[in-house]
Design a binder for this molecule. Structure first.
Ligand SMILES: Nc1ncnc2c1ncn2[C@@H]1O[C@H](COP(=O)(O)OP(=O)(O)OP(=O)(O)O)[C@@H](O)[C@H]1O
Length: 903
């Protein structure tokens, strides 16, 4: 046992100076001599220690190896160096740090049979001997030396001082690091006691025979000596302190190649565990060698967990890498050298571990309490308080801001959620309505009905059709994919708009568009009455403040107001304010946005305060593909006709303006109610009249000028011209042709046909309709499109709208005609009762040519379906009330005279 000389002791005590200082792991290399087996195989040493720090690979030139030939470490030991030298010149300094209260660890790392156990046994003994010697020579201090030993075998931690085979539990203590629960710790009495315990552990340790080592350690062994020391002088006093530190002697199991160690069975399994944990150790060392950034995988093995403080923590560490010099182990030796190279880059930061006595601790804490109390009694400078106050305010402000953000985010989330739910609901409804639609096409033929219902995957077909615009199904070719997508879009649109306008909408109005077409709902038609369909858009816009049941009185009031405006403008001309005043009358209409779809159930339930969109309105918040299908519609047809750059306005009377106006009122896929259209025409007439005035025509010339313009003067009390019947017939025929050409709504045609039946006072409307349609046709011919708010509107949109309207009529046939009535109509129209889709056949025959009888029959059916009979008269009455000369008694050339009976 080595003794510590007086000088050395001073040196160890000085070592406390390393406390808190970062230092590299000490890396030592020990080359063992060739063993008997290697000599037998005529191996020659492949490595040579050329000086105290460098080891050289001898065969570099011969092999042409790309590996480095020389490696430098803190100290290298030749094969003929004894363990004592390795200890004294290498590990001792680190090992004996423990007496100064500094944790330390000595590792032996190397391949199997390289001499780890051989080395560590010696190192442990020498260090322990020195510790004992140190204790003996420092009688002024009271020492407690404890011994514990564990092994990690197949990733199980065993207490080597316990004969029980119970695995030890490892837990992490935030202050003390990894703790082994119930670990036996023997307080060493003397050197003999230590030797006894070491022998016991040796006997306990897992050792097995392999090809490379007769006594191969199959586990990692850690022997720990813990030293606590206190000055005897201060023992039991309040200022006493204890130094406490441990030194670990770690004899790792050797890395081995199964092929070389010829291990099998349990040896092989042990070898796997050994290699795995050594791999983790080398990974940890490699990562630590590159700095402490990132995650260090200490927890990947029990070994690295336990040794964590020794690997880059509060400990001084020395690693002795043992090597076999044999050429046959060169690869393993290189691996060990690589490990050693990494290890020498790893740093640790050891500290002197002082444990205070209870009394000292109480004293220290008491002093701390006193200090804090005095701080409280004497508040700091006011600036500090201010800082705290402003800091608190800042924090409060931050918290408020964050709370607000959270509230907004919650709102957004809820909104998004509700939209998703609505969309899901709509998709469900769509699928349902798609099914209903199928029924609609099929249900007037019992044979086809059953076949339709039994059609396998029928609703799936619809969905496919919806998703694929090119999909075409023979039987349902009439119901085009666009219809489905448009239906769907409308549904989406409804939900979208409900959110923004639910509170504003009270009364239901039909969907309208400037095309002189009235939109019919494609669904929920059972809830639609003619009254609802015919409710004028303008009325709707102005009726916000009136209850729904006062529609007529409000309308009358409004018409009177308009009339007064006209009278006033006539009477006050050339007052330049007049047109503007009139514009103001209509400005309410202009500013309104049509934002609603007819297909929305909500529309019928709650109604609208703003006009609905019909089939072609702005589509807010939806994809472009959807928006393209729905053109923006600012206001009902009447206001467009009268307000939007109209040819009939005082300011613009050129042909271009007329075209512009006409374009705006044509070819849109939106559908206009007859009221809207009529109201629009009234406005047109009114402006036409004003135009004449602006053109400087004399009041006396008024009647002539207006007639020249083809518009019957509203205020003229003259009788209609004698040639009126002929003129009426001519206008009528032209209008029929143009309706057909321009794909005008069937409902519009029906209303117009039935309302303007040849009365001389109808001439104004006939002229206006003719002019409107003429321009529409001209626009179509020029480019197959018209303009809407500066956007191109393709004619196909009118065709689509017409197709949708026919679809609605098909549904209404089912709802509003009895079975007998339907049969009668089918017979009359030559539709075989045993044919499929009879209602569809009928719908597509209606208004399909310009023959007067055909038109009369068609109008009769459509009128029946949309319940025109009551409403039409009322409208006509209202219309006449405002604009037709009260004394006009001209002859009537009624179209209705030729109106055929339905049945
Ligand atoms: N420096 C040395 N001088 C003389 N003999 C040595 C030296 N190193 C090791 N030996 C001998 O080599 C053999 C293997 O040594 P040891 O058991 O220590 O290797 P090991 O690395 O611990 O192997 P394992 O990993 O298999 O346990 C032993 O018989 C040992 O006495």
């Amino acid at each position: 046992m080595g003794a510590i000389a007086g000088e050395e002791l001073v040196k160890w005590e000085k070592m406390q100076g390393v406390s808190g200082r970062e230092e590299n792991i000490l890396v030592l290399l020990r080359l063992r001599p060739l063993n008997q087996k290697e000599i037998t195989f005529n191996e020659v040493p492949a490595w040579e220690c050329i000086n105290q720090t460098t080891i050289l690979y001898r065969n570099t030139l011969r092999e042409g190896s790309t590996f480095p030939s020389a490696y430098t470490f803190d100290r290298v030991f030749r094969g003929d160096c004894c363990t004592k030298q390795v200890y004294d010149e290498g590990a001792k300094e680190i090992a004996l740090s423990v007496v100064g209260g500094i944790n330390s660890s000595i590792f032996a790392y190397g391949q199997t049979s390289s001499g780890k156990t051989y080395t560590m046994n010696g190192i442990t003994e020498y260090a322990a001997a020195d510790i004992f010697d140190y204790i003996n020579r420092h009688e002024e201090r009271a020492f407690v030396l404890k011994f514990s030993a564990i092994e990690i075998y197949n990733e199980i931690i065993r207490d080597l001082l316990s004969s029980e085979n119970t695995p030890l539990r490892l837990r992490d203590d935030p202050e003390r690091g990894p703790i082994l629960e119930k670990l036996t710790e023997e307080t060493l009495r003397d050197w003999e006691h230590l030797k006894e315990l070491i022998s016991f552990c040796e006997a306990q340790r897992q050792v097995g025979e392999t090809y490379l080592n007769d006594r191969s350690s199959r586990s990692h062994q850690i022997i720990r000596l813990t030293i606590e020391s206190s000055s005897r002088e201060f023992l039991g006093k309040s200022n006493s302190a204890t130094l406490s530190a441990s030194v670990n002697f770690v004899d790792l199991a050797g890395s081995e190649r199964a092929s070389q160690a010829l291990s099998a069975g349990s040896r092989l399994k042990e070898g796997c565990h050994i290699n795995r944990s050594l791999l983790t150790l080398s990974t940890v060392i490699r990562k630590l060698s590159k700095g402490r950034q990132g995650h260090i995988n200490y927890r990947d093995s029990k070994l690295t967990r336990i040794l964590q403080p020794s690997l880059g923590g509060n400990a001084r560490t020395a690693i002795i890498c043992t090597l076999s010099p044999a050429q046959s182990h060169v690869e393993q030796t290189r691996n060990t050298l690589l490990f050693a190279c990494c290890a020498k880059e790893v740093t640790t930061k050891a500290q002197v571990n002082v444990v205070m006595s209870d009394k000292a601790l109480v004293n220290k804490l008491q002093k701390e309490v006193e200090r804090l109390e005095s701080e409280l009694r004497t508040p700091g400078p006011p600036s500090n308080n201010c800082d705290y106050a402003s800091m608190l305010r800042k924090k409060d402000h931050q918290i408020e801001k964050m709370e607000k953000e959270i509230r907004e985010l919650i709102k957004e989330r809820d909104l998004a959620q509700s939209r998703v739910e609505d969309l899901l609901l709509m998709v469900g409804n769509y699928q349902k309505s798609g099914k209903e639609k199928d029924d609609t096409w099929e249900d007037d033929n019992s044979a086809s009905e059953s076949s339709s219902n039994n059609h396998p995957g029928h609703s799936d077909v619809r969905i496919r059709q919806f998703n694929n615009p090119h999909y075409n199904e023979d039987e349902d070719s009439e119901s085009t994919p666009e219809e489905y997508s448009e239906e769907y879009c409308k549904e989406v649109q409804c939900v979208e708009l409900e959110e923004s306008s639910r509170d504003d909408l009270e009364y239901p109005v039909p969907s309208t568009h400037d095309n002189g077409v009235m939109a019919l709902p494609l669904s929920e038609e059972e809830n639609v009455t003619s009254q609802e369909i015919l409710t004028p858009v303008n009325e709707e816009m102005e009726d916000r403040q009136f209850p729904p049941n006062s529609t007529h009185s409000v309308l009358e009031q409004r018409l009177n107001d308009v009339q007064l405006s006209i009278d006033s403008s006539v009477g006050s001309y050339p007052d330049e304010q007049s047109p503007h005043a009139m514009s103001a009358t209509m400005s309410n209409f202009r500013n309104l946005q049509l934002t609603r779809s007819w297909s929305c159930r909500e529309h019928y339930m709650t109604g609208f305060r703003t006009p609905p969109s019909g089939f072609g309105q702005g589509f807010l918040g939806k994809p472009d593909s959807f928006q393209r299908k729905f053109l923006p519609l600012t206001v009902g047809a009447s206001s467009r006709l009268s307000m939007n750059g109209s040819a009939y306005s005082i300011e613009s009377s050129s042909v271009d303006d007329l075209k512009s106006s006409s374009m705006r009122t044509s070819a849109n896929e939106d559908i206009t109610s007859i009221q809207t259209f009529v109201a629009g025409m009234k406005e047109m007439v009114k402006h036409e009249y004003e135009k004449q005035l602006v053109d400087g025509q004399d009041q006396h010339m008024f009647g002539k000028n207006v007639r020249d313009a083809g518009v019957n003067p509203m205020l003229e009390l003259e009788a209609p011209p004698v040639e009126w019947p002929l003129q009426f017939k001519r206008l009528q025929e032209e209008i029929f042709e143009l309706w057909q050409t321009c794909s005008v709504s069937l409902v519009h045609r029906t209303y117009f046909f039935l309302l303007f039946s040849g009365d001389p006072t109808d001439s104004i409307y006939m002229e206006v309709e003719l002019r409107r349609l003429s321009f529409l046709k001209e626009t179509f011919l020029n480019g197959n499109h018209s303009m809407e708010d500066g956007q191109i509107v393709p004619l196909t949109s009118s065709v689509k709208a017409l197709r949708r309207e026919r679809g609605t009529l098909i549904k209404l046939m089912q709802k509003r005609l009895s079975g007998e009535e339907r049969k009668s109509v089918f017979k009359k129209w030559g539709i075989p009762l045993d044919s499929k889709r009879r209602r569809m056949q009928l719908a597509y025959r209606l208004w399909s040519n310009t023959d007067m009888n055909h038109i009369t029959e068609s109008a009769a059916i459509v009128a029946k379906l949309v319940r025109f009979s009551e409403q039409g008269k009322a409208l006509k009455g209202m219309f006449g009330l405002s604009f037709t000369p009260q004394c006009s008694q001209g002859r009537s050339y009624s179209w209705r005279s030729r109106r055929a009976s339905l049945y």
